[in-house]
Write a new protein. Structure first.
Length: 551
């Protein structure tokens, strides 16, 4: 069973950054520094501190852009403390629902992975297979822009019920309730705004599930036709088993009224009613089992033939992420390295937004094969196209690849990155300049961040650059100055907290969290490993962070 301390430690050390970012974006000594330097601050000061989210766009596995967010580490610390201490009460709200396939929980302190876990893929598949076998029709409903639309005042509504929370508010008795306090600290993370929470931090999953549990409870209570196992959902993606179109209309109408009550709206473009074979279980993962009996060139060709074909057929599924992570070790050790590298490069050119899944294997192959001018051009091309599209997550992966391989991307590519005016990109450019991999004008950087304060999104660049003395300048130096409210960042620095990794070890193959890769994995002496060692039944531990279609 988790403790307050273990929950706090996991949230800060494993749940701060979105999982989509490259390995350089990882915290060190954060929870220890926060515990020693920030938790002793008075409650009044904690409630007063407000900051701004670092917002940036990044591609989903389907290629469309989604806005991610990074919370200021001081605000995140104070919010993490409230969640860690209030976890039993949060869990009591979760128990209102029995229908969630993505309910967060805290694993043991020493467990691998993110700060929180949810139901495994196998459990989600079982629930959907039940619906497929128990009902002639399946109704798909999705909440529109769920995280961006989430109204923070729904946190007390979720805990108490909307009517009771409203009654307490008007009677001036809501203040002091744990959910109202949580509402305050959530708003403080996002410029005191009442609408929207960032996608990426693990705290957002915990908070959003509070509202979903209340919605589930109301759905169960108000839609009388539903039985115990008639619906399920993974975050905001709901599926209901029904027996007729008339019943589906009743369920949909009731669901719309319930979510509107909590300031949410239905995504009409994802509403669907399927029947018979149209919602048959899609076990496309099984098609990769054909590769298990093969070795060498035959295994490579069959694998990529399957990968390319299924990527086009299963557009709603993360085929690339699933396949590359599941078979990463076998691809790494296969003797047909040049052929594998060419297939992966082809995939990058066709869909650069898959960089997150391609580079862990491709960079290892480059280290074995050497990096040619052609391959360098491919990475520079990816930097340019990602920058033009404003896809910051993919751009950061291409920049990471250039730093990993230690080559200069050129002035034009560097300028296209700087034009985005994003502190994450700027930080990687500064790091690249230090390594001789990027071009950057220090005076332009100083002008951009001269008037910034550390409660702004600029904190991530200013804090890390100043601590490493990468750009000596009074314009960049903010820690302990008037730009550092209450000297909070000075306290973090004094306890040696870091929010960016520049040590050479971050450019090793073992730095890819959750991947079964290391320098040894690319040695050919293990090339005869049986592909059958990684079966669909036992590969779950490899798939953390892989968003695949559950059905």
């Amino acid at each position: 069973m988790s403790s307050v301390q273990s929950r706090f430690t996991r949230l800060l050390d494993r749940g701060f950054y979105p999982a989509e970012l490259p390995p350089v974006f990882k915290t060190t000594n954060y929870s220890t520094a926060a515990r020693n330097g920030l938790l002793g601050v008075t409650e009044a000061k904690k409630r007063k501190y407000a900051s701004h989210v670092v917002n940036f766009d990044g591609s989903t596995f389907q290629g469309n852009l989604r806005t991610f967010g990074i919370i200021n580490p001081v605000s995140y610390c104070f919010l993490g403390q409230k969640i860690s201490e209030g976890w039993p009460k949060i869990n009591s709200v979760y128990k209102l629902s029995k229908f969630s396939d993505a309910r967060p929980s805290f694993p043991a302190m020493n467990a691998d992975g993110r700060a929180i876990t949810s139901s495994p893929l196998s459990a989600k598949r079982r629930h959907l297979q039940h619906l497929a076998g128990a009902f002639p029709l399946l109704l798909y409903l999705d909440i529109n822009r769920f995280y961006a639309s989430l109204y923070t005042h729904t946190l007390p509504w979720s805990a108490l019920g909307k009517e009771e929370a409203k009654r307490r508010f008007f009677n001036k008795t809501l203040s002091g309730h744990w959910s109202d306090t949580l509402d305050l600290f959530v708003r403080n993370c996002n410029s005191r705004q009442t609408v929207g929470i960032p996608i990426g931090p693990d705290t957002s999953r915990i908070l959003s599930e509070l509202l979903l549990a209340r919605i589930d409870h109301e759905v169960w209570r108000q839609i009388k036709t539903l039985k115990a196992a008639d619906f399920t959902h993974s975050i905001d993606d709901y599926k209901f088993g029904v027996f007729s179109q008339f019943e589906a209309e009743i369920v949909q109408s009731a669901f719309i009224k319930i979510i509107q009550k909590y300031e949410l709206r239905l995504n009409d473009f994802k509403t669907d009613l399927k029947q018979g074979l149209t919602y048959a279980p899609k076990n496309w993962q099984r098609e990769f089992d054909n590769v298990r009996q093969l070795h060498g060139l035959a295994a490579v060709e069959v694998f990529f033939d399957c990968l390319y074909r299924l990527t086009q057929q299963q557009t709603g599924s993360n085929v690339v992420g699933y396949a590359l992570k599941r078979f990463a070790r076998q691809l790494a050790s296969n003797a047909e390295r040049q052929k594998i590298a060419e297939y992966l490069q082809r995939l990058l050119f066709a869909a650069p937004h898959h960089a997150r899944w391609v580079f862990p294997i491709l960079l290892g192959l480059y280290r074995q094969l050497g990096v040619s001018p052609q391959q360098k051009r491919a990475i520079v091309w990816g930097i340019g196209i990602s920058a033009r599209r404003g896809d910051v997550v993919t751009l950061l992966w291409f920049l990471y690849a250039a730093l990993f391989l230690n080559f200069h991307i050129g002035k034009d590519a560097s300028d296209s990155c700087f034009s985005l005016d994003n502190p994450l990109v700027d930080l990687m450019l500064v790091h690249g300049k230090e390594l001789g991999c990027a071009t950057l004008n220090p005076s332009q950087l100083k002008r951009r961040y001269r008037d910034a304060v550390l409660s702004d999104p600029a904190w991530v660049l200013c804090y890390e650059v100043e601590r490493r003395n990468w750009v000596p300048s009074a314009g960049i130096a903010k820690i302990g100055s008037n730009a550092d409210s209450e000297n909070y960042f000075a306290a973090l620095a004094a306890e040696d907290a870091w929010f960016y990794q520049a040590d050479p070890s971050v450019f090793s193959l073992s730095s890819f969290s959750g991947w079964p890769l290391s320098d040894e994995a690319f040695q050919l002496e293990i090339a005869e490993l049986d592909w059958g060692d990684v079966s669909f039944a036992n590969h779950q531990f490899l798939l953390s962070g892989v968003d695949v279609y559950e059905f």
